[in-house]
Design a protein around this ligand. Structure first.
Ligand code: ADP
Ligand code: PEP
Ligand code: CA
Ligand code: MN
Length: 655
């Protein structure tokens, strides 16, 4: 709208606007609205987006009077990112600039403040002549736009979550994990039978690292997340994740601890860096490679390289492995467990393998959630390693798991789910893509999250096993030796291929309920756990979240509602004072009554119609426990002349 000299006003469409009053009496106000401050459409659009650095990339609207120190800080930060992306063998890396290549103005702005990795020398290859744009700590909204624009299979669901596809891999690839064996790690780490640490040499690592870095540098843009691990401020670890997909960047934004703008300003150089080039395969001619997927950990270089898998859980669990190395060095126990706290400060840990209920049971409407998967137990108490949760969503229902259901909204990454193409309602029962559908959300999406995610020493240590054989009691109270026995065993049972009818359950034993992630020998973690439980008077429990009244195929999974009642009774302390009886073979103490749970299910023998089949199955599983434990019989738990080791050996099934 323009004002003409004669006082009449012309509308945008050229027609005269009727002037009602134009008096300065202040009674009637001008309702035509203020004019915008923009001179052009582009400027107008630029006003729509408020500047909020530093979690957003540097934009062309940066004030011209930016102080030198701020510029210096940006420069240092860019240099740090450039160094991360630099090729270690070629003459130079690409030119790294911050910002989205799709936004021309950004490029121009940054172009004259950009910094090379190194000045090009005599021999220059084409790769060093291009720019790689760095999308640095983008916000969820920006990452949504990137994903939807550029990543096939990205959609917004009816509740606002970002649905993505992880590609060919919909779960972790533990057999493709490699750890660099050098003079230090050779002696420090757990190698050999049962260990997750499959060796590779430094040179092969560098081949894969170069491959990942070259791939990332060949792209127009990469995502960089600078974040933290561990809510214990004294033991916080700075991590950088370089990735090629907005999906990966948003996933890590949710899963790691999000820095405040101030913390990001002072981030400096990371303690650990992940190069995720998951879309690109490793070269199978590279020594130690047995497939085109490789997840490589180099503790000396503090780096991890991912090739040939886009499953995002690989990054989260990869960092967890790093914590399993770093924390015990500081006398801190790292735990594959969920953790929550009651109103009176009573903390419970939930150990268990994938799918046994850590996330489901630690997310409890009546308690504060400290975390669902990865924790540290130090002399001060417990702390969550992560900033988010990663829930299985197969058969998720609003009624049974309302808090997880409600957390699936804007900002949440929904992996591999199936939804209606029009209204985008997710069908959580649909396993067309995979059974391992997942939701990743920031922990504060759970209404009673405990922020900061720390708590006092645990009172209860709950070991979860999904026993598809249906012979373990729904709950047993454990003494310390039994807790150690079951902790080192790390039992659960998987149910094989659901489509092809009924199959035999498959027993899995995974030391410390996380053999895929531990770096040291299991007895190191077990000794620390025993020590801490003893010192702080924690009680151990074994909870079967699996089958009852028969094995998988004839019995059925214990109702979540009953498991929750059992967990409630543990938390309240009422179960500690219940009446107990001892089971045969396993010698487990089982309660005769738990409020809200039918008493007949508490002893599995009562639920099986065929008692002989029960006994056979019980013995079969006991045999598997025994066989698995053989590898540990030569190890001593803890130092000194304690007899815990012998007690632990005697705490397993006896027959
Ligand atoms: N009795 C039960 N206790 C715990 N979980 C159960 C039970 N019955 C069914 N479930 C289901 O099992 C799955 C447990 O998965 P989750 O909590 O994500 O495991 P984890 O975090 O240990 O990997 C969830 O889908 C949950 O709904
Ligand atoms: C992310 C994972 O953890 P969990 O299944 O224990 O939640 C995983 O095992 O890939
Ligand atoms: Ca988990
Ligand atoms: Mn979980």
């Amino acid at each position: 709208m323009a004002s003409k000299g004669n006082g009449r006003v012309v509308n945008g469409n050229g027609l005269m606007k009727i002037q009602t009053h134009k008096k300065d009496n202040g009674i009637c106000h001008d309702d035509s609205g203020p004019t915008v401050k923009a001179q052009t459409i582009d400027e107008l659009h630029s006003l729509q987006k408020k500047r909020s650095a530093p979690t957003t990339p540097v934009t062309g609207t940066q004030p011209p009077f930016a102080t030198l120190s701020e510029e210096e800080r940006h420069k240092q930060q860019l240099q740090s990112i450039s160094a991360s992306l630099a090729s270690l063998t070629r003459e130079s890396g690409p030119k790294v600039v911050k910002g989205d290549p799709a936004r021309k103005s950004d490029n121009q702005k940054v172009a004259h403040v950009h910094h090379h990795v190194e000045a090009p020398t005599i021999s220059v290859s084409d790769s060093s002549l291009k720019f790689t744009h760095v999308l640095y700590n983008l916000s969820p909204a920006e990452l949504y736009e990137q994903a939807i624009k550029y990543e096939k299979g990205s959609f917004i669901t009816s509740t606002g979550a970002l649905a993505t596809l992880s590609g060919a891999k919909t779960g972790r690839s533990p057999r493709d994990k490699r750890v660099v064996k050098d003079d230090l790690t050779e002696n420090e780490l757990w190698w050999g039978k049962g260990s997750p640490n499959i060796e590779m040499d430094e040179h092969s690592f560098m081949v894969n690292r170069e491959r990942a870095v070259d791939y990332l540098n060949s792209l127009d843009k990469v995502f960089v997340n600078d974040q933290f691990l561990n809510w214990d401020p004294e033991n916080r670890i700075k991590v950088r994740i370089v990735s090629a997909r907005a999906y990966h960047s948003l996933f890590m934004h949710n899963m790691c601890i999000r820095p405040t703008p101030e913390e990001l300003e002072d981030f400096g150089t990371p303690d650990f860096t992940i190069y995720n080039a998951g879309q690109f395969p490793c070269n199978r001619y590279t020594h130690y490679m047995t497939s085109s997927t490789s997840i490589d950990l180099n503790l000396a270089r503090r780096e991890m390289v991912i090739l040939g898998t886009q499953y995002a859980g690989e990054m989260k669990k990869g960092l967890f492995s790093v914590m399993h190395y770093l924390m015990p060095k500081r006398q801190i126990l790292s735990l594959h467990s969920g953790c929550n706290m009651g109103k009176h400060g009573d903390v419970a840990l939930f150990f268990g393998l994938s799918g046994t209920g850590k996330t489901t049971l630690s997310t409890d409407h009546n308690r504060y959630l400290i975390g669902d998967d990865e924790h540290c137990w130090s002399d001060k108490g417990v702390s969550n390693i992560e900033g988010g949760c990663y829930a299985k969503c197969v058969d998720l229902s609003r009624e049974k798991e309302p808090d997880i259901w409600n957390a699936i909204r804007f900002g949440t990454v929904l992996e591999n789910v199936v939804f209606d193409e029009h209204d985008r309602e997710v069908d959580y029962s649909d396993k067309s893509v995979t059974e391992n559908t997942r939701a990743s959300y920031p922990i504060e999406y759970i209404p009673n999250a405990k922020l900061p995610c720390v708590g006092p020493h645990p009172k209860n240590v709950i070991l979860l096993a999904c026993d598809a054989f249906g012979v373990l009691p729904p709950v047993s109270k454990l003494n310390l030796a039994q807790t150690m026995y079951h902790f080192i065993s790390g039992y659960t049972a998987l149910v094989a291929g659901t489509e092809e009818g009924i199959k035999e359950p498959q027993a899995t034993f995974s030391a410390c309920f996380g053999a895929a992630f531990i770096m040291l020998h299991p007895t190191k973690y077990a000794a620390m756990l025993a020590d801490k439980m003893q010192k702080h008077g924690a009680t151990g429990w074994l909870v079967n979240t699996g089958w009852s009244a028969g094995s998988y195929g004839s019995g059925s999974r214990i109702k979540l509602q009953y498991t929750r009642k059992i967990i409630d009774a543990i938390h309240s302390g009422s179960l500690l004072n219940a009446e107990y009886k001892k089971t045969e073979i396993y010698g487990l103490e089982i309660p005769t009554e738990v409020e809200g749970v039918p008493s007949e299910i508490l002893d599995p023998v009562n639920t099986w119609s065929d008692r002989r089949a029960y006994k056979e199955t019980l013995l079969k599983l006991a045999g598997l426990f025994k066989k698995n434990f053989e590898t540990f019989t030569n190890y001593k738990i803890g130092k000194g002349s304690n007899n815990l080791t012998e007690e632990i050996l005697a705490a397993g099934p006896i027959f």
